[in-house]
Each structure stands twice: as C-alpha cells, then as structure tokens.
Ligand binder design. Sequence first.
Ligand code: PMP
Length: 300
Amino acid sequence: MLQKFDERNKDIKVFIGGKLFPRSEAKISVFDSSVQGGDAVWEGLRIYDGRIFSFEEHVKRLQESAKTLMFADIPGRVYIREAIVQTLKANEMTTDSHIRLTLTRGEKITSGMDPRLNQSGSCLIVLAEWKKPVYDNNSGIKLVTSQIRRNSPLNLDSKIHHNNLLNNILAKIEANYSNADDALMLDNYGFVAETNATNIFMVKNNILYTPFADACLPGITRQHVINIAGDLKIAFKEKNLSISEFYNADEVFTTGTMGELTPVIEIDGRKIENKNNSGFLNTIRNKFIQMTQSEGEKFI
Ligand code: PMP
C-alpha cells in the first residue's frame, strides 16, 4: 500500500494561520514548534457528499490534545469549521477529499523546546486533498507485528493525537521491509494495541472484540463501529487480546478515517480466514457507509 500523487492536488490551496496559500507557497517557519519538536496536534477528517464527517468529535479530540499539551490559545469550533469550509470551497471539494488538520504551538522567538519561547500564538493548518480511502477495502491488507511497542501512558499517552509520529513511523518501516501493508503494534504487556495507523477489531465465535484503549488512539471510527455493533445487537467486548487470538480469529479488520473499514487477510504469514466475511465486517461497513452519507450538516 503506497499512496500515489494525485494530479488534482497539484494546485490546491492550503489554509495556514488565517490565510490561504497556493501549494507551492504553503510553508511554515523553521521556528515553528512542529519543526522544532513535533510540537503540534492533528486530526484527519474525511469529506463525504458535502459533509465533514464526525466534525464535532474531531474538533473535541484536537482541543483536548492541545489542552493536555498546554497550548496557550486553542481555537474554538466555529473558527475551525470556518477555516475548513473556506479551504474546501477554495478548492471546490465537496466529496472524496481528506483533510489533515494541524494545530502547531506556533512560532518560537528562538530555537528550543521551552513553550515559553512561543510568543505569537498557535497556528492552524488546513490541508485538504483529493483522496479516496487509502487501503483496498475489497482485497484487504497484510500486517506484520512490529518490535516497536505502541506508547502507553507510562511514556507518551497515545490519547494525545500529537505530531510526534516516530513511534508509528518506526513500526511502518518494519512493515515496509516485510512487504506488509502496515504494522501491528503491541503494548508494554505484549497485548495487541493497534496498527501504526488504525485501530483493530477481531471476531471470534460471533463476538466482536477490540483492545482496551490503553495504548492506542481512541479512534473516532472505532467508536462508530462500537456504536453500530450496539445498534445491530452484535455481542461486543473490549478486552486484552494477544497476537494468538488475532491469528486464530474468524475475521480481523482495521478502522480509521483514512481507510474506513479494511479487512486484514494475513498477520505474520498466518492467513485470516475471514470466515464470516459476509457477516460482521460487511454488515457494519454497510451501516458505516450509510452514516457517512447522512451524518452532520451540509456545508454546500
Ligand atoms: N490509530 C492511529 C495511530 C491513528 O493515527 C489513527 C488516525 N489518526 C487511528 C488509529 C484512527 O483514528 P480515527 O478513526 O479517529 O481516524
């Protein structure tokens, strides 16, 4: 799975700190905190048929991550929504697009880690691109277990959706070298946490399982899947799950804004039968797709 350059994104406009810039001029300062220390928070949002899917949930997570990192000035939902809508309109995007929303701590007066050096306020970036779901959701993906542990609250809490992505990038490098699509990451106890980019679910004997959100991002798509399972009266449990349980699952799938719901067909060379492929994943996915077409206010 390697994303390709989409020609339609050649001349997109990007919102940076209150203004729109053409792609070629869309730049931030070398003094910005994200350059100096990955000191920023972010969200990935998807646009379906004139709607920003799960806008409220994404804004809440962005604001909570910024509060945890003690950003001085956190923009409100109205400002963020206007920035997104302005960017989408400037790019004439109403569907099939993805937004990388970033809030950096802003520019520093000199290089260094200390947030007291940030004296010009935070900086909101709205990068909207034409992008279809990034995985092949029909043929599915292969995973390999990484040696890199997903962060627990012991070190850097995975509930903060921050730009220090090296934990995940190191795992993704392992996946690339193993010709897998993504890496499965374990927590400090050896239980499955999530992949480098998505949350993970498995089905065994008609029960849907996902790991506790202790060492993974509590994904918005993950929560939608849990809610849909509830609506459909599918038995569901959050649980510590070992890699053996995943190898022997009836179905495994990943969830995330970038790729939606994606079947996993192999983990560390063990085939996942996806025995109920006509069952849970497809049923939940159909409901999810329906939600994307109806949830939230239209911006056009
Ligand atoms: N896990 C990780 C590590 C992620 O980066 C993401 C997406 N940002 C997810 C899971 C999926 O989260 P969501 O469903 O909110 O997109």
